[in-house]
Structures are given as structure tokens and as C-alpha cells.
Design a protein around this ligand. Structure first.
Ligand SMILES: NC(=O)c1ccc[n+]([C@@H]2O[C@H](COP(=O)([O-])OP(=O)(O)OC[C@H]3O[C@@H](n4cnc5c(N)ncnc54)[C@H](O)[C@@H]3O)[C@@H](O)[C@H]2O)c1
Length: 318
């Protein structure tokens, strides 16, 4: 019996992942958990349990009661929020993750653990085209916690045989849940604003290039990585995966083209500009392509076409 536990399941990634796994693996038992008292509307059909993963006895109880065969550990503070609360970011993104790995080693033999890393692990040392083995000198607290998380995963794999698997996600674009305080949030917000207005004010300079990934591609990446035979995996820190690179101006232009009317991009940079400037514009993802056949389906044009329809439909049903 496959038993799948998702932490931080009410967030942007968790919402899509829960629905995707339910569709792709109907026989699996799924338990969703999140610090939020109730599941979001989209997840109303799932078994849901409120859980603050920083409450270690409560987390241990859930692991003991449910005895998952796969864990998707998504509970984390994202870049914007982590910068404002570095202590909580370290506690949640590093210490609780290490505790989870310890409990897995001690009580859940054979369990597979997925956790998402991020392009925030890169800093100026990686350059604008970040290779898999790039030097990691993050300039944000979020990036520091993700480097530590990756290294813990690698260590627990080689030291204790724990089957930890991870992806370095770029900015994730999804029509279902709004993003939770990251530096790439504009790439989702802009599609919502475009439903009602003919301009969008971005917190980044209009020519700031960053890598992005559309949620359906993130889902197929997680699925392929988790299904790959363990010996095929040559990376136990976290795999680079790349969808497409774009600037805020590129997003606005692609919306204008798709809608057939002008859509203006205004820019008022805030503290997130410095974070974005320290990140790469593009990722080299050869290891993912070679080890488990990674290949994205969506470029910016395809994302815009899909997002404008999906966000528009969601607004009509509210
Ligand atoms: N969204 C992106 O663009 C992106 C990119 C790279 C990596 N990631 C990673 O993916 C994971 C999920 O991110 P997301 O985009 O869904 O973020 P999100 O903020 O939308 O979701 C995170 C969820 O964790 C929950 N949470 C926070 N503190 C918790 C706690 N103490 N106990 C239990 N739950 C708690 C929140 O309520 C939220 O629902 C994170 O590890 C994030 O670093 C996301």
C-alpha cells in the first residue's frame, strides 16, 4: 500500500501536487498536512490534518500513525518571508528538516523523501548560467537554508542510506494557488491583474531575467524523479531543472500579444530586486535530462495561453 504524506500541502506547490498525485495514483492513500487549520477549497476531498511541523512531538505522532512510504516535505518559509524572519526560516527549513530525516532513518525503513530546493541556493559565484555543480554562495537567508537542506539530504543519503530526492525549482507558475512570499511571485500575480487591468506594477526592474517553470512541468519532474530507479540518480543534493528564462517585460509582452491589446509593465523595485539580481537567469539541467529524462513542455508563450484561460475560468467560478 502506497502511503503519501505531504507537509505544507495547502501552499502553492502542495495544492497542485496533491491533486496531481490523486489523479495519477488513485490507489495511493494520501494524507495532507499544513499549519493552516483547514484545507483550502480545492483540497476539500482529501484527508487533511492540521500540523505545525515545528511541533516535533506532533510531527513524530503523524509519522508514526500514518507510516508513510513517501513524504513530500514542502513546509517552508519562502525567500521574501525568510528574509524578514531568519530565525524561523532556519528552524523550519533546516532544523525541522534534519529532524524529519532523523525520524525517517530511525522509524521508516525504505521511505522516499522529496523536498524542494530552489535557485536561491545560487549567488554571484554561480554566474548567470548556473551549472549543476556551480559554486553555492547564496545572498539570502532562504538560499542559505536551502543549501543546508540540500547538504543534509546528501549526507543522510550517503551516511544512512535515506532515499532523499530533490529538485532546485526556479519560480513556479500556477493558476491554482497564489504564491507565498517569494521573489518570483509576480509571474503569477501578473496574470490575475491582466484579467481586470491594462497595466501591472512589478516589484522588480522590467529587464530582470530569471528562470521559471510552469506547474505542470514541475509535476512531471517530481513524478519522474520519484519514479526513477535509485542507482540512476547521480545527484543527491538537488537537481537543476530549467523551464524558460524571462523578464517582467517579457511576461507583459506575451500577455499583450495573447490578449491582442496593450498591457503596460510599470516597475517599482523593492528589497526583492537584490535577491533577484543575485540569482541566475538560466540553469544547466543536463544531469536531470540524462538521469531521469527531464524535458519541459512549456515555454512562456504556452504558459501565457494556458494561464489566461485558467485564471479567467477560476475567476468566473468564484
Ligand atoms: N513556489 C516557488 O516558486 C518555489 C520555488 C522553489 C522552491 N519552492 C519550495 O517549494 C516548497 C513549497 O513552496 P510553496 O511555493 O508551495 O510555498 P507556500 O508558501 O505557498 O506553501 C508553504 C506551505 O507551508 C505551510 N507552512 C508554513 N509553516 C509551516 C509549519 N511550521 N508547519 C506546517 N506547514 C507550514 C504554509 O501554510 C504553506 O501552506 C517550499 O519548500 C519552497 O521553498 C517553491
Amino acid at each position: 500500500m502506497e502511503k503519501i504524506l505531504i507537509t505544507g500541502a495547502a501552499g502553492q506547490l502542495g495544492t497542485d501536487l496533491a491533486l496531481y498525485i490523486q489523479k495519477r495514483r488513485p490507489a495511493a492513500r494520501i494524507l495532507l498536512t499544513d499549519i493552516r487549520p483547514e484545507a483550502p477549497q480545492d483540497l476539500a476531498d482529501f484527508r487533511y490534518q492540521p500540523l505545525d511541523v515545528n511541533d516535533w512531538p506532533a510531527f513524530e505522532q503523524v509519522l508514526a500513525d500514518f507510516a508513510p512510504t513517501e513524504i513530500y516535505h514542502l513546509a517552508a518559509l519562502l525567500s521574501g518571508t525568510a528574509e524578514k524572519n531568519p530565525e524561523l526560516a532556519w528552524q523550519l527549513n533546516v532544523q525541522t528538516q534534519k529532524h524529519l530525516f532523523d525520524v525517517c532513518v530511525q522509524t521508516l525503513p525504505g521511505v522516499k523523501v522529496f523536498f524542494p530546493s530552489s535557485i536561491a541556493v545560487f549567488g554571484p559565484g554561480a554566474g548567470k548560467f548556473a551549472r549543476q555543480q556551480a559554486y553555492l554562495d547564496p545572498t539570502s537567508m532562504y538560499g542559505v537554508t536551502k543549501v543546508a537542506g540540500e547538504q543534509l539530504g546528501n549526507y543522510y543519503h550517503f551516511k544512512h542510506g535515506l532515499d532523499v530526492r530533490s529538485l532546485r525549482f526556479p519560480g513556479l507558475i500556477s493558476s491554482k494557488a497564489m504564491p507565498g512570499g517569494g521573489t518570483t511571485d509576480y509571474s503569477v500575480e501578473i496574470y490575475h491583474v491582466a484579467q481586470q487591468q491594462d497595466s501591472y506594477t512589478c516589484y522588480l526592474r522590467d529587464e530582470t531575467p530569471m528562470p521559471f517553470l510552469y506547474m505542470p512541468d514541475a509535476m512531471q519532474a517530481i513524478e519522474k524523479l520519484m519514479a526513477a530507479p535509485a542507482p540512476a540518480l547521480t545527484v543527491r543534493t538537488s537537481y537543476n531543472i530549467h523551464g524558460f528564462s524571462a523578464t517582467p517585460k517579457d511576461f507583459a509582452a506575451s500577455i499583450a500579444e495573447a490578449q491582442g491589446r496593450p498591457f503596460e509593465l510599470l516597475s517599482h523595485p523593492d528589497f526583492r530586486q537584490a535577491i533577484a539580481d543575485s540569482w541566475p537567469a538560466e540553469l544547466e539541467d543536463d544531469a536531470a535530462r540524462k538521469d531521469w529524462d527531464w524535458q519541459p513542455d512549456f515555454n512562456l508563450k504556452a504558459v501565457t495561453a494556458d494561464m489566461l484561460v485558467a485564471v479567467g475560468e477560476a475567476k468566473q467560478t468564484v
